[in-house]
Ligand binder design. Structure first.
Ligand SMILES: *Cc1c(COP(=O)(O)O)cnc(C)c1O
Length: 395
């Protein structure tokens, strides 16, 4: 995308909804020579990191960690829980739910993907209806993307748990929390979630390369019956190993980083971290609300209650290309914004506000977005940054 090779002064502002900014102390923690992954020094670090991950997920269950990006955790979760021919329900609400569903089909799983309005996300009542109609309990799992990173629509998982319970249906409840974990409220045990898919490079503020599935006892029972072919990602093989994860070499650096990111989150306080995300997200929303004047850019998420605290998708007015705005922000101002993912390419851009972020960073980003809208001649009303300042100075 870059059109210039000249050095850009200052830091690249990462305002992309993943990967995200990595705190300096996490970078320092990972910078080390080879250590023995079976040695006692590393095992202590490893155990602390995994225990911290469980605390942040609010679970006492098993957590399987993988050397992969989030897609690997999706794949591992499907392989370990299902058999070819099993049926699952995956409401299709954006790029990520669509892709996870397509992956499941590839493994011979019968995937029901009821279409939803991507600007609003799935309705809990439809899930209850479908499960009530499934008298023979053929549906083995309900799969939900907590925060559709492609649309900026976040779901209330408690409501979906209640929707499953209302049908009295035994399906597993599986959640992709890749772009919500560490950014807004998530409670695995209390919300009755059987499988949680997460990744390192979003709210956890780490480089891409670690991903995980946290599982309930009920999911581990289902695992015993699952026959999809697997080897590297096999949970049974993993549980037989000291680390209870990894078939093969255990990557060490990411665990020094994970231990440090858990320490940072707990030092701030997980609820304070959620609150900070909410504040910065709300500042972003105040700016977008102003920009939507003059028939300008607007929220892609049409339901104000579902606007995500980790990413805001900004919809372009007809006839304007979001990529032009992103190119100006990146090439001229060194700010990386997220683009629209298929089929939303060019139709929106996304402001990521997750991870290691504070007020000056979000104000810098919003200032650059407003300048880029102006330079790209995209309709908007001026004053979005002022609205964000007003909010942040008083809230
Ligand atoms: C980023 C993301 C993924 C994919 O993760 P990769 O690390 O890119 O493989 C899956 N689901 C959601 C909701 C995401 O935001």
């Amino acid at each position: 995308m870059s059109t210039t090779s000249a050095r850009k002064p200052g830091r690249l502002f990462f305002a992309n909804p993943g990967p995200t900014n990595i705190p300096d102390s996490v970078l320092r923690a990972m910078d080390r020579a080879t250590v023995d992954f079976m040695g006692s020094d590393f095992l202590e670090v490893y155990d602390e990191a995994v225990a911290g991950l469980k605390r942040l997920l609010f679970t006492e269950g098993e957590v399987f960690v993988y050397t992969s990006s989030g897609h690997g955790a999706w794949e591992a979760t499907l392989q370990n829980l299902f058999s070819p021919g099993d049926r699952i329900l995956m409401p299709e609400a954006g790029y990520f739910s669509r892709t996870w569903g397509a992956m499941a089909r590839q493994y011979g799983i019968e995937v029901e993907m009821p279409e939803t309005d991507w600007r609003r996300g799935p309705e809990a009542a439809r899930i209850t209806e479908r499960l009530v109609a499934d008298k023979g309990h053929e549906i083995k799992a309900v799969c939900i993307v907590h925060n559709e990173t492609s649309t900026g629509v976040a779901l209330d998982l408690k409501t979906i748990r209640e929707a499953i319970d209302a049908a009295g249906h035994p399906a597993l409840f599986l959640v992709d929390t890749i772009s919500s974990f560490g950014s807004f409220e998530f409670r695995m045990k209390e919300w009755g979630i059987d499988g949680v898919v997460g990744g390192s490079q979003k709210g956890l503020m780490l480089p891409a390369g670690l991903a995980f599935t946290a599982v309930s006892a009920k999911a581990l029972e289902a695992h015993k019956r699952a026959t999809i072919t697997r080897f590297y990602f096999d949970w049974t093989k993993m549980m037989a190993r000291r680390h209870r994860s990894f078939v093969g070499t255990v990557p060490v650096s990411p665990f020094y980083g994970l231990r440090e990111s858990v320490r940072l989150i707990e030092a701030e306080g997980i609820e304070a971290v959620w609150h900070r995300h909410h504040r910065l997200a709300e500042a972003t929303r105040r700016a977008v609300s102003i920009w939507s004047g003059n028939e300008g850019v607007s929220f892609y998420c049409a339901d104000p209650k579902r606007r995500s605290d980790s990413v805001t998708a900004v919809k372009m007015p007809d006839g304007h290309d979001a990529e032009a705005v992103r190119a100006i922000a990146y090439d001229r101002f060194n700010v990386s914004l997220g683009g629209g993912l298929e089929p939303l390419g060019g139709k929106l851009f996304r402001i990521g506000h997750m991870g290691d972020l504070n007020e000056p960073m979000i104000l810098g980003t919003l200032g650059v977005v407003e300048m880029s809208l102006r330079l790209a001649h995209v309709p908007h009303a001026r004053g979005g940054v002022d609205a964000a300042i007003d909010y942040l100075a008083t809230a």
